[in-house]
Design a protein around this ligand. Structure first.
Ligand code: NDP
Length: 279
């Protein structure tokens, strides 16, 4: 049976450590505050925003909510971000994505001051990751690294295959694994023989956005399988990009969905907020 990588437990450990750090920083007179902006009322976004605010409360930092109507203009949103950029009491700014279609997502990300970009999406932070300098790292991939490290899974020297090359998951994930000295392959929709590539992985990280696409034939015996995907099935249950029932008997270690990568994203967002505070 595969080792089950428990994201719920590990994310709780991280949040408890952060709570202590926040106490220490407060003792030195340093306060933290995260500004959370949501445009429109997409139900999934509302759930994420609520969970992020709860996590802030748990670790002891203030969160300020900006709930803007769907018909907010891009200019109004950018003006708000610029105001928050200048506000010395705010050390993190988060704009929940996706934003409505009449707004340019990239422009919004670019407007957030890099030193307050706790999502790690600003090109300056992405660039810092590429050249190995300090910056905020995208939360989901950073969470995967913590899952591996805290589960005692060796990364250095291992063959790692990342399936997916999105800007918020696949690409930063590959860069982080490289930083940890894995030998990294990135696969995507144009990869010629995905199965064969995946089968070479000691660590297979899947962020493909297709429910249960990765079956047992993609997985080498004993490999570590990290499932970033999250999908609501017709029966209301959640599943990942990996077919857990099929893959678990083959894998050496595996993340479940839910309770794997999911809870780590918010824990790492909190980590970035505390880092912003400490800076
Ligand atoms: P995107 O849709 O932005 O990217 C998907 C990637 O998978 C693309 O690079 C695409 O390739 C590749 N891909 C699609 N189909 C195939 C295929 N048949 N074979 C090989 N590669 C393929 O998704 P995200 O990166 O944003 O998210 C991935 C998954 O992770 C989703 O299920 C999402 O819900 C989940 N997620 C979970 C989070 C969490 O907190 N747990 C946070 C963020 C995302 P190409 O570039 O060629 O199009």
């Amino acid at each position: 049976m595969a080792q089950l990588i428990d994201g719920k437990k590990i994310s709780q450990e991280i949040k408890d450590e952060l709570k202590e750090k926040v106490k220490e920083l407060k003792g030195q007179g340093i306060e933290g505050a995260l500004a959370v902006i949501q445009v429109g009322s997409d139900p999934a976004s509302s759930v994420y925003v609520r969970n992020k605010k709860r996590a802030c409360e748990y670790i002891g930092i203030r969160s300020e909510s900006y709930e803007l109507p769907e018909d907010t203009t891009e200019k109004e949103l950018l003006t708000l971000i610029e105001k928050l950029n200048k506000d010395p009491k705010i050390n993190g700014i988060l704009c929940q994505l996706p934003v409505p279609a009449h707004m340019d997502e990239n422009k919004i990300i670019r407007t957030i001051a890099p030193e307050k970009d706790v999502d790690g999406f600003h090109t300056q932070n992405v660039g810092a990751l590429v050249v190995g300098q300090q910056g905020f790292v995208s939360c989901t991939p950073a969470g995967v690294i913590q899952l591996l490290k805290r589960s005692g899974i060796e990364i250095a020297g291992k063959n790692c295959v990342v399936v997916g090359r999105s800007n918020i998951v696949g690409k930063p994930m590959a860069l982080l694994m490289l930083r940890e000295n894995a030998t990294v392959t990135i696969c995507h929709s144009r990869t010629a023989d995905l199965k064969a590539m995946c089968k070479q992985a000691d660590i297979l990280i899947v962020a493909v956005g297709k429910p249960k696409m990765i079956t047992a034939e993609y997985v080498k015996e004993g490999a570590t399988v990290i499932d970033v995907g999250i999908h609501r099935q017709e029966d209301g249950k959640l599943c990942g990009d990996v077919d857990f029932e099929q893959v678990e008997p083959v894998a050496g270690a595996i993340t479940p969905v839910p309770g794997g990568v999911g809870p780590m994203t918010i824990a790492m967002l909190m980590n970035n907020c505390v880092e912003a505070m400490a800076r």
